[in-house]
Design a protein around this ligand. Sequence first.
Ligand SMILES: O=C(COP(=O)(O)O)[C@@H](O)[C@H](O)[C@H](O)COP(=O)(O)O
Ligand SMILES: [Mg+2]
Ligand SMILES: [Mg+2]
Ligand SMILES: [Mg+2]
Length: 353
Amino acid sequence: MITSTATSSKLQYFSSSHSLSSLSPFQQSSLDTKAFTSCSSPAKKKQAPATTTSIKCMAVETTKTAVKKKNAYEIQTLTGWLLKQEQAGVIDAELTIVLSSISMACKQIASLVQRASISNLTGVQGAVNIQGEDQKKLDVISNEVFSNCLRSSGRTGIIASEEEDVPVAVEESYSGNYIVVFDPLDGSSNIDAAVSTGSIFGIYHPNDECLADYSDEDSLLDSEEQKNRSLCIQLRPHMWDDKLKKYIDDLKDPGPTGKPYSARYIGSLVGDFHRTLLYGGIYGYPRDTKSKNGKLRLLYECAPMSYLAEQAGGKGSDGHSRVLDIMPTEIHQRVPLYIGSPDEVDKLEKYLA
Ligand SMILES: O=C(COP(=O)(O)O)[C@@H](O)[C@H](O)[C@H](O)COP(=O)(O)O
Ligand SMILES: [Mg+2]
Ligand SMILES: [Mg+2]
Ligand SMILES: [Mg+2]
């Protein structure tokens, strides 16, 4: 799972992966973000039980290193982390409640995803959403879970979801101030193949300008340290314009002095983003002749992911300008998306200029 909070901006974005199973260097190194880990993985084979001897050895080892490893046992929960943030004045009590309700939704969705195949929750629902996508059963259920959790928080006034045609006002008796936009299940088109999925959301104060702070203190996307640059891009080259083709050709074949990029594309935004964040390179979902504005939605996919990238010292661009500067005009508005370290994104923008 990847997550980040703004400390002083009015806009806060998070995403939660339902299948990535280990703590990432990003999570370990960024501010207490491990508190948010509530991941689930597709069922794994049971490991053979350890022998008595190995258990004894482990016990001795544990005793010897108990002092050294003390910090490793300080498990931090999301609730604990939220309370600390609230006490420190970073977030208010209302936001704590909204985030707690979202974490509850994410846990429920993760559990549904894990047992989807044995609960007959794979496959399509039989309906098409406003964007022309065949809804999966899990799209519909996840949307309900997310909406119900937000409603029950009593702190949300309006919710807008990928799976709802229009923004929905929360009934008066449950209504609160925050506006929450979300993609309840990202990557659902590949879910039957057990590909990583996740939930993405953005929380807005009503009527604010939605300006996000940018701090370059922690350049976690520093490309100098990333040896394995990868190109993680939706590939429909026959539909691209010549500038994008040239950019990709140069990455793949940089000449005798350069190292070619490796191609990596899972087909799930949360999974592809997570990988790019950890290993470097550039993620892209370009516009092409089939999708004039790309496929990804500004409010609940591109903006939250760009926000996370910026918090990690990277950039999120539509190929020409900063995604977070794009003023939304429609709930389900689509924009091209490129995410990576500043030098990666700057280079791309030069090619597309
Ligand atoms: O838009 C996405 C999914 O949103 P969704 O599952 O509809 O919430 C992305 O995860 C894309 O599905 C993913 O990037 C793959 O896109 P394609 O290569 O299949 O167009
Ligand atoms: Mg969808
Ligand atoms: Mg999505
Ligand atoms: Mg979705």
